[in-house]
Design a protein around this ligand. Sequence first.
Ligand SMILES: [Zn+2]
Length: 140
Amino acid sequence: MKLSTRFNVWIYRKLKPYWTVLEVSVKNLEREYLQALEYKKAEIARKKFRDGMTPELYKQLTSRPSQESCSHIKGVSRVYGTRRFPVKDYAIMWHTHPDAHVEVKCMICGKQFDPKDPETIKMLQSSTNTATASEYPVRR
Ligand SMILES: [Zn+2]
């Protein structure tokens, strides 16, 4: 074994424990940095959202849309009226109550529909929602 090789092995053995500690410290610092970066990104996004907020927009976002302007379709922007999905998926719920009466309504605006109306049945068939029912047994 040459002297330089022996020296390399010696210095490797001497430095190995420090290297392991250093590696862990670097990983911790890296994680800390990424967390701070994500926090900063969220802070900027929050500030941008709050700066763009007006009382009218706040009211629009926190209240139900009017039943006349509602399209009863999932994924439609309340602000811009644009559709997010290419397929029309109605936000219509069909619920059977314990007294066997059926309630059909829009989950966005709350408009009630007649379950016997063919237009309502057409909307229900194109919706991904499934019918719900109360587990309470129907009394006869
Ligand atoms: Zn609606």
